[in-house]
Design a protein around this ligand. Structure first.
Ligand SMILES: [Zn+2]
Length: 332
């Protein structure tokens, strides 16, 4: 038996709730062996002590014909399956919080699968079950584009109208609840957010967003939304994109800016809603001091030196997400 590789770094699972690497590679070989470009691969995950990560399946609507949306998603799933098969047992798909925990104890990296934006599933509800059966556990209702299910934050801000969930979207929320999968509201419009909060039987998440009081971006949530999220015991993965983290020029955005957001959440509603949602391989600018996923230990150190207790760091690093994941999957 080879030695587990994550255990020496942290005694708890460190989880990143959003990474776009699957839409950036042609095969999984570079994920296993390392890439010269980008932010995430297995060697750098090991270095960063990251034991679980959410890989998103994503189709850029502008550059893809609608009839090819599904093909693209399936291709990315295929790349992921090949990656896992060729990883020599170092990576596995996690379908539940128990999978994440047992993989962690065995020194195996967990991959949790998300579909970012339901536009490839526009035909209807049946595909939710199909992709759930293929391992998807997080459904992000929209990307920047609105779709047959819901209004996106970007289009609501741009057009000044925000109808929120459509009739089909309402049915989708019920279906995702029934499946026991997570509803992700990053990229969703404010009205979509409130509609889901009214309808969903389980706590929603925001996998990769920030706070609007730091940067007035449609991708970020207001204090009112943060309070609702805390009341429903949901979770928000803080995005590392400089342009979401702060309204300051990116030169001044550092690891401390991430910590400031987490500090604000802690003071406002407590630490139980905070998580990491880097958006690695999906963003063009990172805070000073972070080059890629191997730099996670610097963020953990910054939390420690800013007074976060070990218990709080365990929750932020993955405990909070595993709590929600457990609650949602047990509602099946
Ligand atoms: Zn995104």
């Amino acid at each position: 038996m080879e030695k587990p590789y994550y255990l020496p770094k942290y005694s708890y699972p460190l989880i990143d709730l959003h990474c776009d690497v699957l839409s950036k590679v042609r095969t999984g070989t570079s994920i296993i062996n390392g890439r010269r470009m980008g932010h995430c691969d297995l060697p750098r995950m090991k270095k960063g002590g990251v034991s679980a990560i959410v890989f998103s399946l994503f189709v850029f609507p502008k550059f893809t014909k609608e009839k090819n949306y599904r093909k693209k998603i399936d291709k990315q799933l295929n790349i992921l399956q090949n990656t896992i098969e060729n990883s020599n047992g170092e990576m596995k798909i996690a379908l539940s919080p128990d999978d994440v925990r047992s993989n962690f104890h065995n020194g195996v990296a967990s991959i949790i699968i998300e579909i970012e934006g339901l536009h490839p599933l526009d035909d209807g509800l049946g595909l939710l079950q199909k992709y759930y059966d293929m391992g998807v556990r997080i459904f992000t209702l929209t990307w920047n584009n609105s779709n047959a299910f819901a209004t996106s934050s970007k289009e609501a801000f741009k057009n000044g109208i925000d109808p929120g969930l459509t009739g089909l979207g309402r049915q989708a929320v019920a279906e995702i609840n029934r499946l026991g999968a997570l509803i992700d509201l990053s990229h969703a419009s404010d009205q979509t957010f409130f509609d889901v909060f009214e309808l969903s039987k389980t706590p929603p998440i925001l996998s990769h967003s920030c706070l609007r009081c730091f940067k007035n971006s449609s991708r970020n949530i207001t204090d009112e939304q943060l309070i609702l999220l805390a009341e429903r015991s949901g979770v928000i993965g803080i995005n590392f994109y400089t342009n979401f983290l702060s309204s300051k020029s990116m030169r001044y955005v550092t690891i401390d800016t991430i910590v400031e957001q987490m500090q604000y959440i802690k003071e406002r509603v407590g630490v139980d809603v905070t998580a990491f949602g880097s958006d690695f391989d999906g963003i063009s600018h990172l805070p000073k001091g972070i080059d890629d996923i191997s730099d996670f230990p610097k963020i953990i150190e910054a939390l420690e030196s800013n007074g976060f207790t070990q218990d709080e760091i365990v929750k932020i690093s993955g405990g909070n997400f595993l709590r929600v994941f457990g609650e949602v999957s047990s509602k099946q």
